[in-house]
Design a protein around this ligand. Sequence first.
Ligand SMILES: [Zn+2]
Ligand SMILES: [Zn+2]
Length: 271
Amino acid sequence: MPEFRPNPEQLVAIALFVAIGLFEILFPFREYFGRIKHFGKNVVFALINSVVTGLAAMGMNIWVFVWIEENRVGLLNLFEVPFWVMALLASLLFDMWIYWWHRINHAIPFLWRFHQVHHNDTEMDMSTALRFHPGEIFLSSVVNVFAFAVLGIAIEYIVIYKLVFTINVLFHHSNVAIPERWDRWFRYILVSPNMHRVHHSNRSRETNSNYSSVLTIWDRLFGSYFEKAPSEITFGLEYDRSKDCQTLPYLLKRPFASKGDSRMDSDSEEG
Ligand SMILES: [Zn+2]
Ligand SMILES: [Zn+2]
């Protein structure tokens, strides 16, 4: 039985997970029933996905980082700059890559088959941040290997970025009520709960916007930034709303079912 010894990154993430969870209970944005059931189901995804990422790390990621370091391949290895400048550059570039990868997941029907599992959640709280189909996690792990190599990102910078990413992603999925004025200030730079709630809307115009994960600059720069009052948003997918569409076996089989191949053609008349 392997022993679980969390690294500092995981310890910070666990502490924040508990803190955000408390805020969700004390200051909820939306009241909803079945919180524990909802949470438990999404945590199952986290457990399966931790095995997938662990295997991917052993199978590919660790070796590619060694290869990048030894051969000094990729864009960032062309420069000699101090550690913190490189950390900033690597985080910026990788965050932009994550933006495009997310956007591609909405645009290509095959990838949407997996990504829709994240969007079919009709409730939204920080556990939604864990709800990704293992197939999407596997595909992301594979393409990220190429991104690391092309961009020339060393593992120590990815560890820093991942920490910021994890904290921000848990926070912007959370069911914490935040005054719009504060949210607006926050999202000048970082993805806020009200901004990401639009991305979880049941309307395709809104789902196909706000793709950023950490910095909001990418949506502003590439024309996908969209604002809407969160109280007017219905979460989930219009074609996947019934109770039967929320069970764990259904969600695991969802990418291989025939309906709802593409977000684009499901309600494109909305404009
Ligand atoms: Zn998405
Ligand atoms: Zn999301």
